[in-house]
Design a protein around this ligand. Structure first.
Ligand code: PLP
Length: 638
């Protein structure tokens, strides 16, 4: 047994913070998680536990989303600076101009922060729908920055781009289907606007991972080589060839393997150069999204990871283009990318309280031996005794696992009473706990016995909805780092999986970052009566923030927008709080009217008075209570 005292470094290693946090999160000497939004431990530091205390002081309840705006700024700066650095290092003859794809996090405050941080770099926006375009038109006001329009388009979508053109903005309509081009040309003539046209290439390369359907023959988007040639001829015929200013590809999100990018850039830059050869001179080469986030911290080609860093990514694109352009003797294009996930994932986390513990081993029936006990109970008692006398743990584990299965079958066939079944269950869990102690932390124990701590582990019930707040953990088994935010100066004493408060057995988190692989349990501390125990789920700023659904009518979370402030004692201030959805508003979205509901309850109350079930003087209190509840938060009050 290792009896050296528990250190903060042990906590960092247990939760693998260094591996996944990309320098943004640490564990501080108080045993709290803290953020370094500038990636500089000597710079701005924000203690998450202190943020949670501040949240409570403002009267807001948990669960809550905590947004670190300074992280967004750092991410935008890093992306732009890294491209600039690589361009400078390799002598590439053009610049980088990124855009942020709004769909990854449409929150106005997020979009505003990104645009403000990106202003010096002419960082723009990408929209994929009319609603997103309306937001981009209003907020992306830098005339030098691009507004890139992807997704399926109708007349209204295209006319909105003309509006932008009239405002002097760089609106690029990316043609995904040939039919869109015909519509665009017709409308451009009708409204006398010179559009900026982008062509999306349907890539031959097959990407991997969860988004592989974004490329290859059956991809939903993009023009094949022959369609591109047809588009070129069509635009030539309409005297609009020079309107093609951008070439685009996007082969899916979270590209874990850099080699996929390397190959994609080779294919894409070749198309670019071949077009130049036939007189189509394109300004911008837009390499889409896909820049991955290392959620599980393994630096591998796992779906939740990436085997490269930002610098390598930028080099893959810049050097890739440089080499191919030089081979064809074509000028270097301006490089555009549409990274969303990598820009936003780190900036927000969810903090939720553990509200209860469910432990299968928590069975406390009296098991003192009695005369004429059922033989199943006798067998279990014998195994317990043999274990106490030092029998081989693995063989006892086999025997009791078999025995309890048989006992449960026998119960179903009517051979045991309720009391007998309860006794057998209690004995089984007692033996399993003894086995656990016997195994201890023996590194030589058989792998099979790893099941024992798993079977004994608790379920920690957390006050949130997986479906609202981290839908990808359910939908695509996205791994997200989870860490208790406090007591990290104490050794965790238990293992637990996490379950949410929806009535759905899928509403659980049982995939965590382990030392070498993904594990099913998270090390946790005992819950103490009268004390909050909170966990934070990190890297939720991309997609999770905005894609959730209302399963069980749990609405959006309370939210705080945090800024670092070195001169203040706490090191931060909360600039804005946004209240989560009330029950009334959640119900409204599904056509319930709170007025009608209150009226219906009143009608039933009248009838209850008539039948003498409630007293007249009680009714107004009860109805007020119902009304009050409608106004409140959808999550548990703890
Ligand atoms: C979704 C999407 C993006 C964003 O991709 P990330 O992997 O999140 O960076 C970029 N471009 C297009 C066309 C998209 O559909």
């Amino acid at each position: 047994m290792n009896n050296t005292p528990w250190t903060i470094e042990d906590a960092e290693n247990t939760y693998h913070v260094k591996r996944w946090s990309d320098g943004y999160f640490h564990i501080n000497e108080n045993g709290h998680v803290s953020a370094s939004p500038e990636k500089d431990p000597n710079g701005m530091v924000i203690d998450l536990q202190h943020v949670v205390e501040a949240i409570k002081q403002t009267g807001l309840e948990l669960p809550a989303v905590v947004r670190f705006h300074d992280i967004l700024r750092t991410q935008v700066e890093q992306l732009n600076e890294t491209f600039a650095e690589v361009i400078d290092e390799v002598g590439y003859n053009n610049r980088y101009m990124g855009v942020f794809p709004i769909k990854v996090n449409q929150m106005r405050e997020v979009v505003e922060e990104i645009l403000e941080a990106g202003e010096p770099y002419d960082y723009g926006l990408e929209a994929g729908s009319k609603a997103e375009l309306l937001a981009a038109l209003a907020y992306n006001s830098n005339p030098n920055a691009l507004t890139i329009m992807n997704g399926f388009k109708d007349e209204e979508y295209l006319r909105l781009s003309f509006l932008g053109r009239k405002l002097g903005r760089k609106m690029v309509v990316v043609v995904e289907q040939f039919s869109e081009l015909e519509l665009l040309v017709r409308l451009a003539k009708e409204y006398e606007v010179r559009p900026i046209i982008g062509l999306r290439v349907k890539m031959m390369i097959k990407s991997l991972g969860k988004w592989k359907a974004s490329s290859g023959e059956r991809a939903k988007f993009g023009l094949s080589i022959s369609e591109i040639l047809k588009a070129v001829d069509y635009l030539k015929a309409h005297d609009m060839l020079e309107c093609i200013e951008l070439l685009h590809f996007h082969i899916g999100s979270q590209i874990a393997d850099i080699n996929v990018f390397n190959e994609a850039i080779l294919e894409f830059s070749t198309v670019y150069c071949r077009l130049a050869e036939i007189g189509v001179h394109i300004k911008y080469a837009d390499v889409g999204g896909g820049l991955a986030v290392d959620y599980d911290g393994s630096k591998s080609t796992n779906d939740s990871s990436r085997n490269y860093n930002l610098k390598e990514y930028a080099r893959s694109i810049v050097v890739g283009f440089q080499q191919v352009c030089e081979r064809y003797n074509v000028p270097h294009p301006t490089i555009v990318s549409e990274s969303g996930r990598a820009i936003t994932a780190h900036h927000s986390c969810i903090v939720a309280q553990v509200v209860d513990e469910i432990n299968p081993a928590d069975q406390h029936v009296d098991v003192t031996p009695q005369d004429a006990e059922h033989f199943f109970i006798k067998h279990l008692r014998d195994y317990k005794q043999r274990l106490e006398e030092g029998a081989d743990v693995q063989s006892i584990y086999h025997s009791i696992s078999q025995e309890i299965e048989n006992t449960r079958s026998a119960f179903k066939l009517g051979m045991l009473t309720l009391e007998e079944m309860a006794k057998a269950d209690t004995l089984f869990w007692q033996i399993l706990e003894k086995l656990q102690r016997a195994i201890g932390s023996n590194p030589d124990s058989p792998f099979e016995l790893d099941e024992v701590p798993e079977r004994l582990s608790s379920l920690y019930l957390i006050n949130m909805s997986i479906f609202q707040s981290i839908i990808d953990a359910w939908a695509i088994e996205q791994i997200l780092p989870v860490v208790p935010i406090d007591r990290l100066d104490e050794k965790p004493t238990k293992l637990a999986t996490l379950a949410d408060i929806t009535c759905d057995s899928d509403g659980k988190i049982d995939k965590f970052i382990g030392d070498e692989e993904i594990v099913n349990q998270l090390p946790v501390h005992d819950i103490k009566a009268g004390e909050d125990y909170c966990v934070a789920i990190f890297l939720t700023g991309a997609y999770q923030d905005v894609m959730g659904d209302m399963h069980n009518l749990f609405g959006r979370l309370n939210e705080v927008h945090v800024y670092g402030l070195q001169e203040s004692e706490s090191g931060f201030y909360i600039e804005e709080t946004v209240k989560g959805t009330s029950k009334k508003r959640v119900l409204q979205t599904l056509q319930y009217s709170s007025e009608v509901m209150i009226q219906l309850v009143k009608t039933q109350m009248d009838s209850a008075i008539r039948h003498g079930v409630v007293k007249r003087q009680e009714t107004s209190g009860l109805i007020d209570y119902y009304e009050d509840c409608l106004k409140g938060y959808t999550y548990l009050e703890v």
